[in-house]
Design a protein around this ligand. Structure first.
Ligand SMILES: [Zn+2]
Length: 345
């Protein structure tokens, strides 16, 4: 057997340079043209990384090959994080952080969440089945609903995004990371899903309009959570208007200024009629305040991700629904397409 080739830092650099270049092209489709003359990339020791205008400091870990990452003590989740996300998250900060700034620590989540979500979308384009959008989203959801070490609280219950770094305490030393990156990415994902127009030439046109509007209107200015809400309201669709009055107050109150991840359970009966199967059921919502509302997609279990029956606006602990379907569902599944941050049984 031939001995393993010696490590080649120059090759690793070239490869990373190429990937960073393709991430820039990818982000331009969402955020508009790259905002600076050039971009230099440098490594910096340890887990730290930061992007300055035109300069990226990327953690040494991101430059290591998998074997070296393992020797450095990174878990496999840590390796994936440093290889797949960190460098590209920092690239996305060229727009989100360096052009669009945040108003105060209460608004910092916006730039982190958009940068991280775009990095996840970029990872998704590489078509590696272990790093798809849905893989990252389910990991993030898991991290939000599982109990923190030595605590009875799940990260998703510790506090709202608008507490920023104050989320960290002796009781929850990692809460900032969990909430800002995991929940923040989910929030941007939910906005994108709600703005999506399936079947359109560019199903993400409205989401892209939102991002580009933010980049131009808030260039070298501070963006606040209230500003973001107003800008979302400017592009929202009728389906997002759960409360009436063309307001996204409900969404920001629940997800940004509120805590908790809803859990859903469905009970139903199906009765054969002349028009097909009449499905009557109840959607139970727990884990969030009574006032919590959400548009919950319900699917009849079946091949692939099943068949959409419709969306039920869950309002409070118990919501009644009915559908007519051609076939009696064996089981009703909650949101198999992962458009809503929730758990279900
Ligand atoms: Zn960041």
């Amino acid at each position: 057997m031939a001995p393993a080739p010696p490590p080649s830092p120059a090759d690793a650099l070239k490869q990373l340079g190429k990937e960073i270049d393709s991430s820039i092209r990818f982000y331009e489709t969402f955020s508009g043209p790259f905002p600076f003359q050039n971009l230099s990339v440098s490594q910096i020791p340890g887990t730290f990384g930061q992007g300055w205008p035109g300069l990226l400091y990327v953690s040494t870990y991101s430059f290591l090959r998998p074997e070296a990452q393992q020797r450095a003590g990174l878990s496999s989740a840590g390796q994936e994080h440093y290889t797949e996300l960190v460098p590209y998250h920092e690239v996305a900060h060229q727009w989100w952080g360096n052009v669009v700034a945040w108003s105060s620590y209460r608004d910092q989540w916006i730039d982190e969440a958009i940068a991280n979500y775009l990095a996840v979308l970029f990872a998704d384009t590489k078509k590696n089945p272990d790093h798809t959008l849905h893989v990252w989203l389910s990991r993030y959801r898991q991290r939000l609903v599982e109990k923190l070490p030595d605590s009875n609280d799940a990260a998703g219950d510790v506090g709202p995004l608008i507490l920023g770094t104050r989320l960290n305490s002796s009781k929850s030393p990692t809460a900032y990371e969990e909430i800002i990156y995991c929940k923040g990415s989910w929030i941007i994902h939910m906005l994108r899903e709600m703005l999506r127009q399936p079947g359109a030439r560019n199903p993400d046109a409205r989401f892209t309009t939102l991002l580009q509007m933010l980049v131009t209107k808030y260039a070298y200015r501070a963006l606040s959570t209230d500003d973001l809400q107003r800008e979302v309201e400017a592009v929202m669709s009728p389906g997002m208007d759960l409360e009436g009055g063309y307001s996204m107050e409900w969404f920001f109150e629940e997800w940004v200024r509120g805590t908790g991840v809803p859990h859903y359970r469905v009970e139903f009966t199906a009765r054969h009629t002349e028009k097909g199967y009449q499905i009557h059921g109840k959607l139970f919502q727990t884990g969030v305040p009574r006032s919590f509302i959400a548009s919950v997609p319900l699917y009849a279990a079946g091949p692939g991700r099943g068949t959409l029956l419709g969306n039920v606006v869950a309002a409070g602990p118990e919501t009644i629904f009915q559908f007519v379907a051609a076939i009696a569902p064996r089981k009703i599944v909650v949101d198999p397409q992962m458009t809503l941050l929730c758990t279900s049984e």
